[in-house]
Design a protein around this ligand. Structure first.
Ligand code: UT7
Length: 332
């Protein structure tokens, strides 16, 4: 029997209806449409307005979209990996709740957190389960309700983030398609540059942490930007070299959507023409764990069986990396 590789065989997505435009943000903080577009490439983002719903709602909708489109029986799903930085609640696994609510009652599931790299690292985890032969259907969901941790008085963060979810199904492939190689890294020296200060075990929630407004995401944008540009570009260059891939042989770049300038710098290092660089940042902003599957969902119609796709991400921790994957199907 041929070696088992782990291929993406279906994609689903969900974004909430409410559109938070740059114009609306102008009424909330001292910013303007032109600054946001030129510095980030973002025009609008989606926000889940319903206070009674958490990240699981977004994840369930994305998973249901995939299940419907791919016409799979949720009872056949073995494992659900929930990539998220905004779990519904601490301790109780969001993946467990999602699995039950989509009818995947034969599956087990757990959450996987590596900030904006959660989905990229989740691809590696999902692929390892498939390649081992242990499971046949692994559903990887990237979902974040970033609006639940954004301070809408902080112009350094509120202009960037949005809510959304995407899901992919990993299945065994016997033609050598799917995940080919990965280069994944972390550097804990970076943790103070992009974080939520309190609410974890180091600084548990207290009256003081609430009064001091320490429960929202904060970042030192310039520093994060600098590390993101260098590390994402380095990772992509390395994975291309290691696999003897020329810029002509790369069909698509699927990059984390944090800032258009970071994406442009990565693409430029890879020497890729613009048409190969997939972006939807202008419509969704940075949805953290959902950026990569939302790009897959938006551009799935362009992908052909055998296409060479390079994924790249950078996020808090710091965490970053690149994955080389061969697309496994033509869209019907
Ligand atoms: O997913 C991974 C997580 N995050 C990232 O990858 C984000 C990485 N960082 C970035 O994308 C960028 O650093 C930002 C978009 C956050 C900021 O862009 P920047 O070009 O690095 O701006 P800056 O922080 O250096 O600020 C430049 C100027 C400053 O004014 P002065 O000091 O030059 O007068 C800021 O006060 O722009 C000002 N500024 C703003 N102006 C209008 C900062 N934020 C805003 C704003 N609107 N929202």
């Amino acid at each position: 029997m041929n070696k088992i590789t782990a291929a993406i065989t279906a994609v689903g997505a969900y974004v909430p209806d409410f559109v938070l435009t740059n114009k609306i943000l102008e009424t909330m903080v001292d910013t303007n449409d032109e600054w946001i577009i030129t510095r980030t490439g973002i025009k609008e983002r989606r926000i889940l307005k319903d206070d009674t719903k958490g990240t699981s709602y977004l994840a369930i909708r994305a998973a249901q979209d995939l299940i419907k489109k791919a016409n799979i029986d949720p009872l056949d799903i073995d494992l659900i990996l929930m990539a998220t930085a905004t779990a519904d609640m601490p301790v109780a696994s969001t993946a467990a709740y999602v699995a039950t609510n989509i009818g995947a009652t034969n599956a087990f599931g757990y959450d996987l957190q590596a900030a904006c790299s959660s989905f990229l690292f989740g691809m590696s985890t999902a692929a390892a389960y498939i390649e081992s032969g242990r499971y046949k259907k692994v559903l990887l969901i990237g979902a974040d309700k970033m609006s639940s941790i954004v301070d809408y008085k902080d112009r350094a963060t509120c202009i960037i983030f949005g809510d959304g979810a995407g899901a992919v199904l990993f299945e065994p492939n016997y033609e050598g398609l799917g995940l080919q190689d990965e280069y994944l890294r972390t550097d804990g020296e970076g943790r103070d540059f992009l974080k939520i200060h309190a609410g974890g075990s180091l600084y548990p929630t207290s009256i003081e942490t609430i009064n001091d407004n320490l429960h929202n995401i904060v970042q030192e944008g310039k520093t994060v930007f600098k590390f993101a540009v260098t590390n994402m570009a380095d990772a992509c260059e390395l994975i291309m070299k290691r696999n003897n891939l020329t810029n002509q042989e790369v069909t698509w770049l699927v990059p984390h959507q944090a800032n258009k300038r970071i994406i442009d710098a990565t693409a430029s290092r890879m020497n890729l023409e613009d048409s190969k660089v997939l972006m939807n940042i202008e419509r969704y902003g940075n949805t953290t764990s959902a950026t990569l599957p939302l790009v897959l969902s938006d551009f799935e119609h362009l992908f052909k069986k055998g296409d060479t796709i390079i994924f790249a991400a950078f996020g808090g921790g710091f965490s970053w990396g690149s994955i080389y994957l061969k697309w496994a199907y033509d869209k019907q």
